[in-house]
Design a protein around this ligand. Structure first.
Ligand SMILES: C[S@@+](CC[C@H](N)C(=O)[O-])C[C@H]1O[C@@H](n2cnc3c(N)ncnc32)[C@H](O)[C@@H]1O
Length: 361
C-alpha cells in the first residue's frame, strides 16, 4: 500500500468486489491505523490521501468522523499538493462563479441546493433561499444578506439519507454539485439530487474537464484537482438518453448542465454498482475529454435558450413529458453546435467572456 498506493487501492476495491475474506470491516481498521500513523508523523499530505482512500472504500457508509479527520488533515497540511505549473494549469472561458450567479439571476430558483460549500464562494452566487451541504464548510465569504442560506454540516450521503426529505421543501430548482471529487460520489450526488428536483430544475456539475491528466487522478497530487468526475458525463450519456446534457467550456474545469430531470427515474440506481466497477479503474481521461470535445462557449445563445425554456416551464407548471418535448429540438441543436466546435475549445477560451444578463418577462 505504501509503495504503490494507487494500484494497491485498485486491488483493494477489486478484492472487495469479489468478497474479500473477512469483508471490509476487517480491513478498514488497518487503514485507519495507517492514516493515524501519517498524522502522528506530521505527514498531513499523505494523511489526506489515506483518509480519502478510506472514504472511497466505505462510499456512502463513510462515517462523519472520517470526513472530520480528512478536514483536520487538510487544515494541517501547509505544503499544498505540489505538481508542476503545467500540471496545475487551468483554463476555460467564463468563470464558473460568474456563470452560477447568472443562472441564479435568470432562474430565480425557489430553492438553490449546493453540495460542497468550502469557503462559500459559489454559495454566495445564490440569489434566494439556499441550502449548502458540506462535512467541513469553512465559510470565509459571507453570502449576500438577501439570501436565506442554511449550511448543513454533513456529507451529502448522510444529508440525503436523513435530512433531505424535510429540508428540500420546496423542491430545488437549481443545484450545484461540487463535493467529493471522486466520480462515484458525484454520481450518487446526482442520483440523490435528481430525486428532489423540480421537473424544470437545472443541475450543474463542476469539474468535468480536467486541464491536465494528473488533475484527474483519484489520489490528489496537484493543487488543481478535478479527480475523476469527468467519468460522470460518459455514464450519463450511456444510461440516461432522456437528459439534456450541455457541456460548457467554463473556467476553471468546465461545467455540465443537466436538464429534463425526472425525480422518479431509477435507471442510474439500477446500474450504479456495475458502472462503478466498470469506470473506477480507468486511470486517465481520454484526449477528447482533455480537449473538451462536446463543449460549447459558456455564453452561447443556446445556454440562455435553455434557461428561458426552464423558466417558461416553471411558469406554466409543465410536467416532465411537456418539458421533454420542448427540450427535444434544443437537444438536436446542442449536439450540432458541439460537433461543429469540436477541437476549438482551447482557442475559443481565449476570447473575453461577456455574459448576457437579460431581463426576462
Ligand atoms: C471544491 S470545494 C467546493 C467549492 C465551492 N463549491 C466553490 O465553488 O466555492 C469541495 C468541497 O466539497 C466538500 N466535500 C467533500 N466530500 C464531501 C461530501 N461527501 N459531501 C459533501 N461535500 C463534500 C469538501 O469539504 C469541500 O469543502
Amino acid at each position: 500500500m505504501a509503495d504503490k498506493p494507487d494500484s494497491a487501492l485498485d486491488h483493494f476495491h477489486a478484492a472487495l468486489d469479489h468478497h474479500l475474506p473477512g469483508g471490509i470491516d476487517h480491513h478498514i481498521p488497518l487503514l485507519i491505523d495507517e492514516a493515524a500513523r501519517c498524522v502522528a508523523a506530521g505527514d498531513h499530505r499523505e494523511a489526506i490521501q489515506r483518509w480519502q482512500d478510506i472514504a472511497a472504500l466505505l462510499a456512502e457508509k463513510t462515517p462523519e468522523w472520517i470526513y472530520h479527520r480528512l478536514g483536520e488533515a487538510y487544515a494541517a497540511n501547509k505544503e499544498g499538493f505540489g505538481g508542476s505549473p503545467e500540471e496545475n494549469t487551468l483554463w476555460g472561458d467564463c468563470s464558473k462563479h460568474d456563470l452560477l450567479a447568472w443562472f441564479n439571476s435568470v432562474l430565480q430558483p425557489k430553492l438553490y441546493l449546493e453540495i460542497g460549500v468550502d469557503e462559500g464562494v459559489s454559495l454566495a452566487c445564490a440569489s434566494g433561499p439556499a441550502i449548502g451541504v458540506d462535512p467541513r464548510p469553512q465559510l470565509r465569504l459571507s453570502v449576500d444578506p438577501g439570501v436565506k442560506a442554511r449550511i448543513v454540516t454533513s456529507s451529502s450521503d448522510a444529508f440525503f439519507t436523513s435530512q433531505a426529505e424535510k429540508l428540500l421543501q420546496p423542491s430545488p430548482e437549481l443545484a450545484f454539485i461540487d463535493g467529493m471529487h471522486l466520480f462515484e460520489f458525484a454520481l450518487r450526488d446526482f442520483i440523490n439530487t435528481e430525486r428532489h428536483m423540480a421537473p424544470w430544475g437545472l443541475v450543474v456539475i463542476d469539474d468535468i474537464y480536467p486541464c491536465h491528466p494528473v488533475q484527474a487522478r483519484r489520489r490528489r497530487t496537484t493543487g488543481a484537482w478535478t479527480g475523476d468526475v469527468w467519468k460522470l458525463l460518459p455514464v450519463l450519456r450511456s444510461h440516461r438518453h432522456d437528459l439534456t446534457l450541455l457541456c460548457l467550456n467554463a473556467h476553471t474545469t468546465g461545467l455540465l448542465l443537466i436538464a429534463g430531470l425526472d425525480a422518479h427515474n431509477i435507471q442510474l440506481n439500477n446500474v450504479y454498482e456495475e458502472v462503478v466497477r466498470e469506470y473506477r479503474p480507468i486511470a486517465e481521461p481520454p484526449d477528447k475529454v482533455l480537449d473538451r470535445h462536446g463543449a460549447i462557449p459558456s455564453n452561447h445563445p443556446l445556454v440562455l435558450e435553455l434557461l428561458q425554456l426552464l423558466r417558461h416551464a416553471r411558469r406554466k407548471c409543465w410536467d416532465g413529458v411537456q418539458i421533454q418535448s420542448a427540450l427535444a429540438p434544443l437537444n438536436k441543436r446542442i449536439a450540432a453546435e458541439a460537433d461543429s466546435l469540436r477541437g476549438q475549445a482551447r482557442q475559443l477560451s481565449e476570447r473575453a467572456c461577456q455574459l448576457p444578463y437579460p431581463t426576462i418577462s
